[in-house]
Design a protein around this ligand. Structure first.
Ligand code: HEC
Ligand code: HEC
Length: 345
């Protein structure tokens, strides 16, 4: 049964990567190891898997842990509760800010999870610099999962299901924090989103409509300086002129304590916006039209406003329509319905 599942898994990977002939296919070797892919024309990822060799069993362990509510104090919240696959691994439209144990609300919008290995720094303020270190924050955070890491590991170690999963992945049943973090990093690190219409156009398999093409030009003239291709972010920290909210969130400054970082947040990718509403670090905008209105007339001259945006981005109704059509070509529905990343218990 297990062998069958494994072969089936590899089969799915191979067939799903046949969608686009020019994209580098993951390497399958030893029957059950596959490598993360770097789509053609993309830069090399920042996180490399050389110290965390990817295998089906480690990935699968990471998948179970990602969807494991036992990692929260009252066993109600898993990573997947706030990062839901069908919403691009965000918390979905009804949660502008995230929702943790005991119904407690955070102050920030749960970011989409994809192409994480290309990000030099994670979180809206860049407070975490590695996908392996990331999970400790939400597990221990009192308004997220609120469980000391030691307790989380002890719960996992006591579970017969995880004894098996750890044995398959690492050869014995010993639960260490390193194994725990590395397997979750494999699950998240393989969430590579590269199958949008935009990617297919770049690979020569599809063409843009006239409207998408003109939207692409508008994007390159107005947005690409920060939301740069092919990841649609340069991952720098900037103030894009949002009026300061009641959360009084100072962004990057909270990490660096450098006054020139007040109100700066990480530039997010523009891929998959069709699945990841609401938008911005606090989820204040529910539609992309609201986002474009912000760039047009909503720019607020707060401390450290990015000078590129001081005059706003003024577009005609036709230009806005074309830009929205172009942005829609960045939606990749395949990753967010891919069986390998679905909830599992
Ligand atoms: C209560 C909701 C909640 C839970 C549970 C949660 N997260 Fe998050 N996650 C968030 C929020 C909100 C942020 C952004 C926080 C910030 O920027 O300060 C975030 C950020 C992240 C990021 C950084 C993404 C980026 O682009 O910077 C990763 C990776 C991540 N979470 C993975 C996980 C993992 C793994 C778990 C489980 C161990 C988890 N999250 C549990 C809400 C949650
Ligand atoms: C000067 C750099 C800069 C420029 C130019 C810029 N942006 Fe942004 N953008 C940002 C930053 C920084 C954020 C995150 C702000 C925050 O949440 O505090 C952001 C956030 C967004 C978001 C929210 C995404 C999400 O996942 O929440 C969208 C959508 C967006 N920008 C679209 C655009 C479009 C379209 C253009 C061109 C018309 C544009 N941006 C121009 C820097 C920029």
């Amino acid at each position: 049964m297990e062998t069958f599942a494994r072969i089936f898994f590899i089969f799915l990977i191979i067939t799903s990567c046949k969608r686009d002939p020019k994209v580098i296919e993951p390497v399958v070797s030893n029957g059950n190891v596959y490598a993360p892919l770097v789509p053609e024309g993309w830069p090399n990822p920042v996180y490399d898997f050389s110290g965390n060799e990817v295998s089906y069993d480690k990935f699968t362990l990471g998948r179970y842990l990602f969807y494991e509510p036992m990692l929260s104090l009252d066993t109600t919240i898993s990573c997947g509760s706030c990062h839901m696959q069908t919403f691009g691994f965000t918390n979905g439209p009804s949660h502008p800010v995230s929702h943790g144990v005991n119904g407690l609300l955070g102050k920030r919008n749960a970011p989409a999870l994809f192409n994480l290995t290309w990000q030099p720094k994670l979180m809206w303020d860049g407070g975490v610099n590695n996908i392996e270190n990331q999970p400790i924050g939400p597990i221990q955070n009192p308004i997220e999962m609120h469980l000391p890491l030691g307790n989380a590991l002890a719960r996992v170690a006591a579970s017969p299901k995880y004894k098996n999963l750890f044995k398959n992945a690492y050869g014995d049943t010993v639960v260490t924090s390193q194994r725990f973090f590395k397997s979750i990093a494999q699950f998240m690190g393989l969430m590579v989103s590269y199958n949008s219409k935009y990617d297919k156009v770049k690979n020569g398999n599809y063409v843009f409509t006239a409207s998408e093409n003109s939207g692409y030009t508008i994007f390159k003239n107005n947005c690409a300086v920060c939301h740069s291709e092919p990841l649609f972010s340069d991952y720098t920290f900037r103030n894009n002129g949002l009026p300061v909210s009641s959360y009084q969130d100072s962004g990057r400054y909270r990490i660096t304590l450098n006054a020139s970082d007040i109100f700066k947040f990480k530039t997010p990718s523009l891929r998959n916006l069709g699945l990841t509403a609401p938008y911005m670090h606090d989820g204040r905008f529910t539609t992309l039209s609201q986002v474009l209105s912000h760039y047009e007339t909503g720019i607020s001259s707060t401390l450290n406003l990015d000078p590129i945006l001081s005059g706003g981005i003024i577009l005609t109704a036709q230009e806005k329509n074309d830009l929205l059509n172009f942005l829609a070509t960045l939606n990749d529905y395949s990753l967010f319905s891919d069986e390998h990343f679905k909830e599992i218990h």
